[in-house]
Design a protein around this ligand. Sequence first.
Ligand SMILES: N[C@@H](CCC(=O)N[C@@H](CS)C(=O)NCC(=O)O)C(=O)O
Length: 212
Amino acid sequence: MSENHILVGQYDSPFLRRVAVTMRHYDIAYDRQVLSVFSNADQVAEINPLIKVPVLILPDGEKIFDSQMILDYLDETAGPDRSLTPAAGADRREVLRIVTIGWGLAEKSVALSIDKNMHGNAPSLQWRHRVRHQIKLCLEWLEQRVTAAPAGGPWFLGDRLTQADITTAAALDHLAFRHPGEMGRAARPGLSALRDRALRLDAFKAVPLIEG
Ligand SMILES: N[C@@H](CCC(=O)N[C@@H](CS)C(=O)NCC(=O)O)C(=O)O
């Protein structure tokens, strides 16, 4: 058993990355178990029957699956004064609303990668078209939200950094790296600025998308 938390998975997962950035932000130390869901599938299956990452293993051996469940645990551990998710009310609903779309954007970006890597011989063009359309609509929605931020930002909630910013930046960085053609960078100045700003945070710099 480890004294530290153990984070299972690779930083190129936008789901794992938002968890790792959040742990850095909260100063919660962790060790890594760097496993790929494809090339180390049997080992990941022993940890999570869904063969998915991230998984967080607590110092007492308890496992938490799914990035949103892990964030819930981390917010509780950090406490209400430091939590990146507001405790109640309209701010909480707005952050969770943006997190849901940012998290969904990450899911669609990963789906497009799996499609390109695994369905190359038998692509479903109709399905791919649908995912690309979902990505475009999520980007438009997020751009509108960040442009309407209180006092012009710099974050979704104005001057307060929240999980909405971290999740969205992790999703945008995955999309920009894996599928640059989908970003429409020039047409999304608000999101480009948000991503650039987030990547300059120490917590993000410590968690590079591509390791080594
Ligand atoms: N809802 C999950 C999604 C996690 C997820 O899909 N992770 C990818 C890696 S980026 C994965 O494990 N894929 C393997 C699979 O779905 O079979 C979360 O937010 O943690």
